[in-house]
Design a protein around this ligand. Structure first.
Ligand code: ADP
Length: 257
């Protein structure tokens, strides 16, 4: 559904965050990007909806004309929800008003000046219900706990009625127990709504628990790409330390020296 061809990113100042990469994201699956800080996870995620403009290559979305066309890019972004590490809620707004912001892509410019229409309200309340926060709809975002705020962030993404959710370290700011619950929730709502999920995570255990596919990044390069069920300790060493674990033969050879 989403295809990156020869995509790379060098930021101003010369930092090469992503080397030339080809990737196809299949619909309906959970893909988790793993890798140490600075590996390029956030960059590749943001290249997927062109929040970061790639230095080379193209991003293609099934069913849409080339994203170079403004209308096509707008449609892709409308159908792509984003969940951020720091949720990026407007704290003085109620939970509901934050979730309604997910509907902006469906509205005409002037309609932000008038009260929300019934459809947007229904969809937003349904999204809050899906994350278990219907009872908090009229509470200000700054009165909610960190986990609840992140659930509002997920509801806002859901209100977009997306085909794809890009989640950049969605549980990194939460304590381990809350992180686990929020990740379970994100996975479940994506499954129930047929949404493709691409998330970057730094918790290996959560990644292996929730991902269908793991993409391991190191120094801006994909060093592992395969089913989560197949990830070995050697693969994790390659992702996090840049060195494969010694094979049995290596160990025997070392012992003989
Ligand atoms: P990760 O998400 O794996 O931590 P990032 O994609 O955020 O990695 O960053 C990859 C590299 O690109 C890092 O060296 C980071 O410092 C650099 N980088 C990220 N964003 C920018 C930017 N806007 N300008 C310059 N360098 C950046």
């Amino acid at each position: 559904m989403l295809e990156l061809t020869d995509v790379s990113k060098t930021y101003r100042g010369g930092v090469q965050a992503l080397r030339r990469t080809d990737l196809v994201i299949q619909p309906g699956k959970v893909t988790v990007l793993l890798g140490p800080s600075g590996a390029g996870k956030s960059t590749i995620l943001r290249c997927m909806n062109l929040l970061v403009q790639p230095s080379t290559g193209t991003v293609r979305v099934e069913g849409l004309p080339a994203l170079a066309a403004r209308r096509s890019l707008r449609e892709h972004r409308r159908l792509t929800g984003m969940v951020f590490q720091h949720h990026q809620l407007i704290l003085r707004y109620t939970a509901l008003r934050n979730v309604l912001l997910g509907r902006v892509g469906y509205q005409r410019l002037w309609s932000v000046l008038v009260p929300p229409n019934k459809t947007d309200l229904r969809i937003s309340l349904d999204a809050l219900d899906q994350v278990g926060l219907l009872g908090k709809a009229l509470d200000r975002a700054d009165s909610l706990s960190g986990g609840q705020q992140q659930r509002v962030g997920i509801a806002r993404a859901l209100a977009q009625q997306p085909r794809l959710i890009l989640a950049d370290e969605p549980v990194a700011s939460l304590d381990p127990a809350t992180a686990r619950r929020v990740m379970q929730l994100l996975h479940r709502v994506c499954q129930e709504n047929g949404i493709t999920l691409v998330a970057s995570l730094h918790q290996v255990d959560l990644a292996l628990e929730h991902a269908d596919r793991i993409i391991g990044l190191a120094h801006g390069e994909v060093v592992y790409d395969g089913p989560a069920a197949d990830v070995s300790d050697a693969d994790l060493r390659l992702i996090y330390e840049g060195t494969p674990a010694p094979t049995h033969e290596d160990q025997l050879a070392a012992a003989a020296r």
